[in-house]
Design a protein around this ligand. Sequence first.
Ligand code: ATP
Length: 348
Amino acid sequence: MIHARGLVQTFQTGRGKDKKEVRAVDGVDLDIAEGEVVGFLGPNGAGKTTTLRMLTTLLKPTAGTATVAGYDVVKESEQVRRSIGYVSQAGGTFSGARAGEEVMDHGMLYGRSKAEVQKRGHELFDQLQLDGLWERMPKNMSGGQKRRLDIVMGLIHEPTLVFLDEPTTGLDPQARANLWEHIADLRTRRGATVFLTTHYLDEADALSDRILIIDQGRIVAADTADNLKAQVSGDLVDLEVSDPADLQRAAEHLASIAGSGSRDAVQVEGNHVRGRVQRAGRAVPGLLRSLDGSSITLESIEVHRPTLDDVFLTLTGRSLRDADASGAPPEGEDAAEEAGRPTEGARA
Ligand SMILES: Nc1ncnc2c1ncn2[C@@H]1O[C@H](COP(=O)(O)OP(=O)(O)OP(=O)(O)O)[C@@H](O)[C@H]1O
């Protein structure tokens, strides 16, 4: 469904001697099969949107090739646009018509009959909790309602390949949960292929069959959430020691079952000692006995299964939450080769 080889996108930023080149996407290979839901995860500025814009034909690659639904993104961009649904991060601008009319126009643009679009449009309004808003002007909708209308527009022509750029950003928790259900449904009921970017770890985890992690323009991991988590060595054991004088001794006990067994495998912070332990569920009872035997008392003990953030930390040495590409130039400067962005409001 989606295949890319060596995709690169560079942007020129700054002027005169401050001029520099940003490699927003730096050699991305992708293979996404029909019916897969793939989560594209990475910190701000990692290159997610830029990759998506190349795949949806909005930006011409600086180098590399990609086919989407069997069509070349550069040579057959029109066919690519006809074959996909796209919900951009920024959302669309609307013409000033009522929401229902916008949806009707958009669906009919794709050659669907009026009756079909009307039926599907009302269904989507219902499913995305926009019921009663068919006659409302988008400009009089709340941010969350407008976001959901963007999603209706991206899905109205029943595409079997859907690109969603941070679909749930700006939605309240209930609308978010509702949209998750809808995305899961796209695959199970309609057999659609979904490629979604997100920086919400829980979202990627809950929805995706497979997760691609991008950092600084490069894919650093591609696997199921479970397999990625299995790469992180062990569960995090967090001991809170009652008496700070016992911290170093507690650290030695934890180190004896953690990672390489060396004292470096554990960290001390405040009253806490933390380290990664293989199969903590089995190792912890013995640890508690040995701490007890040394008269070290604990306030608490917690065991955390690895998260996708731990995966990112293991791969890059940074936490996904703090890994925003600092020092990156502001977006929108001197965009290179904007490849014929469709008219405002039109979604491919
Ligand atoms: N038009 C542009 N001109 C200059 N630099 C750009 C442009 N668009 C993106 N960049 C830079 O390219 C890098 C990748 O940006 P991109 O928007 O693809 O990241 P992202 O992973 O989607 O981030 P976010 O989660 O914040 O949307 C960033 O350093 C960004 O500042």
